[in-house]
Design a protein around this ligand. Structure first.
Ligand code: ADP
Ligand code: MN
Length: 169
């Protein structure tokens, strides 16, 4: 089974995945090490990742966690989207040293639920976990529960941070 852990940057993907005793691929590192970078986005200061290249290089891997904010564009059996209250996300990204534009872009995407939307357009088995008020270990345990097939209560579509958008106007 291929479990894709996705979510806006800062929602906790990397920290939580580390707590799960399963083989895993951190996609940003993997893309760099495997020449799956197709360019550089100078506006956002990030590498442009070649998804088809990643797909090819990960094709034969099974029983693995694929970790990254575009993991839902790969071939997944289950997609798990991590979510965070936009205000808390903003402070996490500020601590990380992101510039103002990048913070706003990500916070807005989170408030809109963009990644959940993308994942639900592509897959049937999509789950969401709100990491705002729970510890990383608890998030990891929920992921294990979902993988076991016991995560119905975490089916995607219930988390709504849209009201946060209205506060900015
Ligand atoms: P991502 O990989 O999704 O970008 P990280 O795992 O790097 O996110 O986490 C971003 C920041 O949020 C880190 O400083 C991390 O310690 C913190 N963090 C992650 N999960 C939680 C959580 N459940 N509760 C509080 N802080 C968290
Ligand atoms: Mn990460």
């Amino acid at each position: 089974m291929r479990i894709c852990i996705t979510g806006t940057p800062g929602t906790g993907k990397t920290s939580v995945a580390r707590l799960i005793p399963m083989e895993q691929i951190e996609l940003n590192d993997f893309a760099r090490k495997n020449d799956c970078i197709s360019g550089y986005d100078t506006k956002r200061n990030v590498d442009i990742v070649d998804i088809d290249c990643l797909k090819k290089k990960i094709k034969k891997r099974n029983n693995i966690l694929l970790v990254g904010h575009y993991s839902h564009f790969l071939e997944c059996d289950i997609v798990i989207v991590l979510r965070t209250n936009p205000e808390i996300l903003e402070s996490r990204l500020r601590k990380r040293g992101y510039d103002e534009n990048k913070i706003m872009e990500n916070v807005e995407a989170e408030a809109l639920g963009l990644i959940t939307q993308e994942a639900m357009d592509l897959y049937k088995d999509v789950y969401e976990i709100d990491t705002t008020n729970i510890k990383e270990e608890d998030v990891a345990n929920i992921i294990l529960k979902i993988i076991k097939g016991d995560g119905e209560e975490f089916r995607a579509g219930k988390i709504d941070y849209l009201e946060w958008i209205l506060r900015w106007y």
